[in-house]
Design a protein around this ligand. Structure first.
Ligand code: G4P
Length: 535
């Protein structure tokens, strides 16, 4: 028999779509986000998200602002309603605040939108983020942006995705010309042409002029050569015969592809409509108690991000929790799986841009922010009912390494405590040299900001002034089979071995090239850029 709660959960889950955008800086993530929010009616004038981004341009400004405002300039989830869907857009920090959080956010996402600049194609940050999506088999939707500028050949762009990411592609729409001659897209779903009209920065939802393929005006509107080129390309696509297979999309093996111009607000609505039809709603997640469907009636969730308050007068943190099952209600008591303690979830916040709104209820697929008096760490599960735990969030290959030193021996205890607490919380990864004489911790981070945050918090929370000595490495790899496997291959060149918090060997390289060289010389050695956490 279906209970009232089950019906409520079913309805909520049907409506929910949750996604993150993966892209390289400058591809247009801020612009696209803004346009999506415009359609959702969540903002009324384009420009507000951008203004916020510009405000937090420099790292030092970010720090100063965090201190001033108390907390949370960085938005974490943008929520909006569109055509009866309840959409959660998880913000993946980029640019200066690119950090392990960027990867971790993907652990809370059900879908990813891969945004590429159509003139550039795949870029390094997108590839790295893609690897994380692949690990979870997330459905990926590709949006090629900036078609109003000269772009690469669409077939060439698709080929790159197929060859380099191993993803099948299915173009849902197809561009007609690029740059000054960009005329619009052919929507293969509705089999109609959507004409591009240049508007000033697309501050409103664009007027979409739609014509049929057989419309007599078509040759004039498109210019003859572009019309014939389009016909040829469409025939070619039909000949290739790839069908859109939603099972493959939802298994992360095929990506529906869209073309447009976020800045001119062209193609964004077409994308959003198709995306909502194809995207995956919140589904069952793996836990120690088996796969739990979102309609499982007890509330469960996990922490994917912690944000520390930079103001020493307010030491609270915000823990961001992805709701996985059941219904979240304000002030409910839950069990914190790692400690076994009961925690009351008071003062929950839903974050939209800068406004922190208090929320009363949340459903699977939603994200809530909780004031965290130091209980939570990244990957922690909270639950009601039966004891269970979700899989932890893995460690991602750091790219910056530095010794963290404490020049003042009388602060030894505080230093050790700070390092261990910040590591446990997930602010940074800590590694150690295998050389026993070098006892200082090595900070290993994905972004520079993580170092600054660690130093800042060591000072403000533990009262220890620290110094940083950068190390000349940029790639870390965990070794399958651990120390035993490493011993078998004997001496390795152009790499140093360190150990992570769990004593596992990690190889550090100066660059990707050195890493590939070692892999080439020792094919038996299996190196991983991502490693599971040890519970
Ligand atoms: P990001 O968050 O991914 O880093 O990118 P963002 O949206 O900030 O966009 C980066 C630059 O690309 C911006 O230009 C933005 O206006 C531009 N852009 C975004 N989408 C499009 C598009 O569809 N077509 C064209 N031609 N440009 C686009 P900027 O010069 O850095 O800023 P602004 O002066 O335009 O504000």
């Amino acid at each position: 028999m279906t209970t009232e709660l089950e019906t409520e959960l079913l309805t909520a889950v049907e409506r929910r779509r949750n996604f993150a955008i993966i892209s390289h800086p400058d591809a247009g993530k801020t612009t696209l986000t803004e346009k999506l929010l415009l359609y959702g009616g969540a903002i009324h004038e384009a420009g507000s998200v951008k203004a916020r981004r510009a405000q937090r341009h420099a790292t030092s400004d970010w720090m100063a602002m965090e201190q001033q405002r108390g907390i949370s300039i960085t938005s974490t989830v943008l929520q909006f309603e569109y055509q009866n869907y309840h959409i959660n857009l998880l913000d993946t920090p980029g640019h200066q605040d690119f950090s392990e959080d960027t990867y971790r956010t993907l652990a809370a996402a059900d879908n990813a939108v891969m945004l590429e600049d159509a003139a550039k194609g795949l870029e390094p940050q997108t590839r790295k983020l893609f690897e994380v999506c692949k690990l979870r088999s997330l459905p990926i939707f590709t949006f090629f942006n900036k078609l109003d500028r000269p772009s690469r050949e669409p077939l060439d762009l698709l080929d790159e995705i197929e060859k380099e990411l191993g993803l099948q592609t299915y173009p849902v729409n197809w561009p007609i010309g690029t740059g000054d001659r960009f005329k619009g897209v052919f929507d293969r779903r509705g089999r109609k042409i959507h004409l591009f009209e240049r508007t000033k920065h697309g501050s409103r939802a664009a007027v979409d002029t739609v014509i049929e393929l057989g419309d007599p005006r078509i040759e004039d509107l498109l210019e003859q050569d572009l019309y014939y080129q389009l016909k040829e390309e469409l025939e070619l696509l039909d000949e290739l015969g790839t069908e859109l297979d939603l099972d493959l999309v939802r298994a992360g093996k095929m990506t529906p592809v869209f073309f447009g111009s976020a800045m001119s607000n062209f193609g964004v609505e077409l994308f959003l409509d198709a995306f909502l039809d194809y995207a995956m709603k919140p589904i069952a997640r793996k836990s120690s108690a088996g796969d739990l469907p979102p309609t499982y009636e007890d509330f469960t969730g996990f922490v994917f991000k912690l944000q520390a308050n930079m103001d020493p007068r307010h030491r609270d943190r915000v823990a961001f929790i992805r709701v996985c099952t059941g219904k979240f209600e304000k002030d409910m008591n839950v069990t914190h799986a790692r400690s076994g303690k009961t925690v009351r979830l008071s003062r929950p916040q839903k974050l939209f841009a800068q406004d922190r709104e208090s929320i009363e209820v949340a459903y699977p697929g939603d994200v809530i922010g909780l004031n965290n008096p130091g209980v939570f760490a990244i990957g922690d599960t909270i639950y009601t009912g039966q004891k269970l735990e979700y899989e932890g969030i893995p460690c991602f290959s750091p790219e910056l390494f530095a010794f963290l030193r404490n020049p003042n021996p009388s602060k030894f205890k505080q230093f050790r405590k700070g390092v261990s607490e910040l590591q446990e919380e997930g602010a940074v990864q800590i590694m150690y040299s295998v050389d026993e004489s070098k006892r200082e911790p090595i900070l290993a981070a994905v972004g520079q900001l993580q170092f600054e945050v660690v130093q800042f918090r060591m000072q403000s929370e533990y009262n220890v002034e620290t110094t940083i000595d950068m190390l000349p490495y940029s790639v870390a790899r965990w070794v399958d089979g651990g120390w035993e496997a490493l011993e078998k291959v004997g001496r390795l060149f152009n790499t140093v071995t360190v150990k992570d918090t769990w004593g596992r060997p990690v190889l550090l390289f100066r660059n990707e090239w050195n890493c590939r060289q070692v892999e080439g010389e020792h094919p038996v050695l299996k190196l991983n850029a991502i490693a599971p956490v040890v519970s």
